[in-house]
Design a protein around this ligand. Structure first.
Ligand SMILES: [Fe+2]
Length: 372
């Protein structure tokens, strides 16, 4: 067995009504809350209403910051950090998909550290961040159980992450009812994101026997949900399974991080505004073919866990879930590969990857489109 470290700093509460059943896990965090959410996700999911009624009942003051953008920028979290500092909050409640939850982590640091947001990327802060309670409203990010935050950095024309153990949410409340307001596309794209986390955590140089347990369990659950996802049957059992699987995939990448599918996908989001999960999904089949050349056993294990026979079958599923109809030029892909190769996560991909390799994966995925 290989050596490994396993770390999680988050108490996970899962199941119907878990937020109200475990109120004290929020109320013990302080006397004033700063609620970080998106423009609509907090309200639509019902989670914002629930947390407000809970805080009112416990006589805990709160301030709402509902300005988190999709793929939050440094400017966006700077504004949140300043508002949080001014509110004198003791703790943060993050509600939403990956964007608000990742932003909550940045704001938790910026509220108590007098730094520029770009310094987050190098963990240049000294004061301990405010504690965070996290309520996911999508089944994809896994951010509720990770110490990572992905931010958009215009200066570098990409998204970059910071990871610090002090931003593991202290508590995460996973109630599938909060994911019911997702549209079909958000449900599908976020599910693909979570599946991508499990795959990239498994086809990863620092995968361990223990991270593999979470990755393979997550993939088996996705395998069982794939047909319902394709047929758009989002019954409560499927939603709950997807939420559970996305949390398991989050625990996987909390140990391993992601690799090149995410690294390449960031450019598709930054330059073409393609949703994060879809961006990964457009690349995953070719990414699997690429890794299969060097790590056939592990790629086959991914397919087996998903209950699929071949990468071609995997590609057919992706084509049922997302439309691959956006035009790219070779020049664009050259730029994207030059940016992706600089991501720290590239070095962790199971098969060592050059800029040229990334270009080929993107060319096959986005220009040749499966005519391999
Ligand atoms: Fe992701």
């Amino acid at each position: 067995m290989n050596k490994f470290k396993f770390q999680s700093g988050t108490k996970v509460f899962f199941g119907a009504n878990c937020l109200f059943d475990n109120k004290s896990e929020v109320t013990r965090l302080g006397k004033k809350a700063f609620i970080v959410t998106g423009k609509t996700s907090g309200i639509k999911s019902g989670a914002l209403t629930d947390i407000i009624s809970m805080l009112n009942e416990a006589n805990i003051e709160y301030q709402i910051f509902d300005k988190i953008e999709n793929n939050p920028s440094l400017e966006n979290v700077k504004e949140g950090g300043a508002a949080c500092r001014q509110s004198k909050a003791d703790f943060i409640v993050g509600i939403g998909g990956g964007s608000p939850l990742d932003a909550a982590k940045a704001i938790a640091i910026l509220a108590v550290n007098d730094i520029e947001p770009i310094q987050l990327i190098k963990n240049q802060f000294t004061q301990k961040p405010l504690p965070i309670a996290a309520i996911p409203t999508t089944a994809g990010t896994g951010s509720e159980v990770t110490a990572a935050s992905i931010l958009t950095i215009p200066e570098y024309e990409t998204k970059m992450s910071f990871v610090h153990e002090d931003v593991f949410p202290k508590a995460a409340f996973l109630d599938a009812k909060y994911t019911e307001s997702m549209t079909r596309d958000i449900a599908v794209n976020t599910a693909i994101d979570a599946m991508s986390h499990a795959i990239e955590g498994y086809l990863n140089k620092i995968a361990s026997t223990m991270s593999d347990v979470f990755a393979l369990e997550a993939l088996e659950i996705f395998g069982a949900c794939i047909e319902n996802l394709c047929e758009e049957k989002f019954d409560s059992e499927t939603r709950e399974k997807l939420l559970y699987a996305s949390m398991l995939a989050g625990l996987t990448i909390a140990q391993t991080g992601t690799t090149i599918a995410h690294g390449m996908g960031y450019s598709l989001t930054y330059f073409k505004d393609i949703p994060h999960g879809k961006a990964n999904g457009l690349l995953l089949a070719e990414y699997l073919r690429y890794n299969n050349e060097a790590a056939q056993g592990r790629v086959q294990a991914v397919l087996k866990a998903l209950n699929l026979i071949s990468i071609d079958d995997f590609e057919k599923i992706m084509n049922r879930l997302i439309r691959n109809d956006i035009d790219f030029t070779r020049e664009e892909l050259k730029k994207y590969s030059s940016l992706a190769v600089k991501q720290k996560s590239t070095a962790k991909n199971l098969r060592s990857t050059s800029e040229e390799d990334m270009y080929r994966i993107m060319e096959k995925s986005l220009i040749d489109r499966g005519t391999h």
